[in-house]
Design a protein around this ligand. Structure first.
Ligand code: AKG
Ligand code: MN
Length: 202
């Protein structure tokens, strides 16, 4: 059961879902350390997807870590988790202390420069179950994160700071979409970790 009030944030989603933000979830030294260590510790992969017959490199590096049963199916592929690393394990415990949420896996996205991005989507794969909670930790230069209600309005723009925590829950993934656009002004590496609870399917 989530207790996101512990974050000291109001629900930023005006309706249809829950969204909480905490700026200083990690202090600057902890966040610097995680950003540096995770570049070497995680199993980063350049994924290629086929869209209308064309093979396209995903514009970021990704890594999937978690408990052995946390097999994540997206883009038509089963992603087998690599084991927890010491840093990821410690961060998962840290998220639990403020949210009381249980996660068995984490997706890493490494945006190498401002040219890397993630398009509009919602995280509503069957294996996440209905109304999933997702805990998103941001490392590196501030990242513009956009959300838009499926009906077109309202929309939100959040700036996710180094060491911040964003919690998404309730029906947010069914009623809203989100994206991380390219940014000309960013040159340094940024890493995002989204902790998830995968339910084994069939
Ligand atoms: O980098 C971000 O904050 C977005 C990540 C995201 O939406 C995802 O991994 O599904
Ligand atoms: Mn997402």
């Amino acid at each position: 059961m989530a207790s996101p009030q512990a974050l000291g944030s109001d629900n930023l989603a005006e309706r249809d879902g829950e969204l909480y933000y905490q700026a200083g979830f990690l202090d600057a030294a902890e966040a610097d350390h995680a950003l540096q260590v995770l570049q070497g510790e995680m199993a980063w992969d350049q994924e290629v997807v086929t869209i209308v017959g064309r093979r396209i490199q995903v514009p970021r590096l990704v890594a999937w870590h978690g408990d052995p049963e946390a097999i994540y199916r997206y883009s038509g592929l089963n992603h087998l988790p690599k084991p927890w690393t010491p840093t990821l394990h410690a961060l998962r415990e840290r998220v639990k202390t403020v949210s009381d949420l249980r996660f068995n896996s984490v997706l890493g996205n490494w945006y190498r420069t401002g040219e890397d991005s993630m398009g509009w989507h919602a995280d509503q794969e069957k294996s996440l179950g209905a109304n999933p909670w997702i805990a998103s930790v941001s490392l590196g230069a501030e990242r513009l994160f956009k959300l838009r209600h499926n009906s077109g309005k309202p929309s939100l723009e959040l700036f996710l700071g180094h060491g911040s925590l964003l919690l998404m829950g309730g029906c947010l993934q069914h009623r809203w979409r989100h994206c991380l656009p390219k940014s000309r002004s960013v040159t340094g590496a940024r890493i995002n970790l989204t902790f998830r609870l995968i339910h084994p399917t069939e």
